[in-house]
Design a protein around this ligand. Structure first.
Ligand SMILES: [Zn+2]
Ligand SMILES: [Zn+2]
Length: 369
């Protein structure tokens, strides 16, 4: 089967819409007709050449949702016609962390860009084309069975795409990693898709105050509607003082969702005694962060990381769908732009410039394939 698919052939080059051959799913794999794919920062790092190990040519996209079209031998948990959210962390299913329900921390990951058996399901002109995780920017993709989770068909598939990465990462950091309790003070640094999800979750957990910290004051009114009780301009020279004053004693949790150089020191400066800085952001290769050990020691402050919201997708995805269907997770409010599959570079440019909160590539399922 041949499908026009956006392919990145090198860092810092535009996408090319190439007619890819898409293989049948093999053992333990499924083919998904994508409905929508979210435009995520981790793909931007690939485009900008900030992760050296990424093989080319490659199909990007790490969050998406669609409909299962075909299943390979041995697939038991989904069937053709199922609505699924696609996870970028299938894991091997066998190592210790996978068995603990933390597939994003799998210690037996296949080589980047390939399926578990070391091969690819995309080809062009006899050449392999690699998969950036689940490659959700492809109208038709093949992923491991463990990378798809069936969800209630009442869930709109375009918004479901956000559950594949941004919502799970942001909500999970609050719910699974930090386990924020009522009355605890929270700051969220960087309010894109992940940050807004963290704001929602903090508000639902009963945190107070919930302080949104961002470089774009024009977004503040919207952030208040999405769960923030206060907003602070991250570019203000006294931003850390402002956050501490709002919380009275500093914040119990500062969630860092952006790799912007100022975010981590600002988060550390805003922490209360025994406060925790939760690092969510992915950083480009070679970045080192510094902290003052006295500040850490004398307040028993902590720095922890949250990868994919410490989530277990088969458990967390349906929970987030339920939250959405109950009107408690406003995924629509996160979406600032919708793009067609031939607008990939515009979509990532809007994310890079900060113009887009979260963009969605929406596939025309009628004409695709
Ligand atoms: Zn992502
Ligand atoms: Zn594993």
């Amino acid at each position: 089967m041949t499908v026009p698919t956006p392919v990145l052939t090198g860092a810092r080059t535009p996408h090319r819409l190439l007619d890819l051959e898409v293989d049948e799913p093999r053992d333990g794999e499924v083919r998904v007709r994508m409905a929508a794919s979210g435009v995520c920062h981790s793909c931007l790092y690939a485009m900008d050449g900030e992760h050296a190990a990424i093989p080319m040519p490659i199909v990007l996209g790490d969050e998406g949702a669609g409909v299962v079209e075909a299943v390979g031998p041995g697939v038991a948990t989904v069937a053709p016609g199922d609505h699924v959210v696609v996870s970028w962390a299938p894991g091997c299913g066998r190592c210790r962390t996978c068995r603990q329900g933390l597939p994003a921390l799998c210690t037996q990951q296949p080589p980047l860009g390939r399926m578990a058996d070391g091969t690819t399901r995309f080809h062009h002109g006899g050449e392999d084309v690699f998969h950036y995780g689940p490659a959700t920017n492809a109208p038709l993709t093949v992923v491991a069975e463990r990378a798809v989770v069936s969800v209630d068909p009442a869930m709109p598939l375009d918004l479901a795409a956000l559950i594949g990465c941004a919502a799970t990462t942001g909500v999970g950091a609050v719910r699974n990693t930090a386990r924020v309790r009522p009355g605890e003070a929270v700051a969220v640094l960087g309010c894109g898709g992940v940050g807004i999800s963290a704001l929602h979750a903090a508000a639902l957990a009963g945190a107070y105050p919930v302080i949104a910290v961002d470089v774009r004051p024009d977004k503040f009114a919207a952030l208040i509607r999405m769960g923030a009780t206060h907003c602070v301009d991250a570019t203000a020279p006294d931003a850390a003082d402002q956050i501490r004053e709002i919380a009275g004693r500093g914040v119990d949790y500062a969630f860092v969702t952006t790799s912007a150089a100022s975010a981590f020191p600002l988060a550390m400066g805003a922490l209360a005694v025994r406060g925790t800085c939760v690092l969510i952001a992915g950083y480009p290769d070679g970045v080192a962060l510094g902290f003052d050990p006295g500040h850490l020691l004398n307040g028993e402050r902590r720095i922890v990381a949250s990868k994919y919201g410490s989530s277990n997708p088969p458990v967390d995805f349906p929970d987030l769908v339920d939250m959405y269907l109950a009107g408690r997770l406003d995924l629509a409010a996160m979406v600032s732009h919708r793009w067609r599959v031939d607008q990939m570079d515009e979509a990532y440019d809007a994310l890079r410039s900060g113009a887009a909160t979260r963009g969605l590539i929406v596939f025309d399922t009628e004409s695709a394939g």
